[in-house]
Ligand binder design. Sequence first.
Ligand SMILES: [Zn+2]
Length: 76
Amino acid sequence: MGLLIKCREAHQLVSEGMDRDLSTSERYRLRLHISICDACTRFEKQMQLMRTTLRQLPEHIAQTQDQNDPPAANPP
Ligand SMILES: [Zn+2]
């Protein structure tokens, strides 16, 4: 993996970063990509928002949120 990663890889790092601490180089590559990519900036914000929202829910509800419906908290 080079210094410049693709959106797909950035998305993966964002998702993984929700579950574990990224390594320094992973974080660096992700930040670099996000600094030049609007789509991934939005994706990361959405993931953070979703995680915050899920954390506020009781656990049994959070586990049923596995469908493809994104939370409607952020209309365009
Ligand atoms: Zn991107």
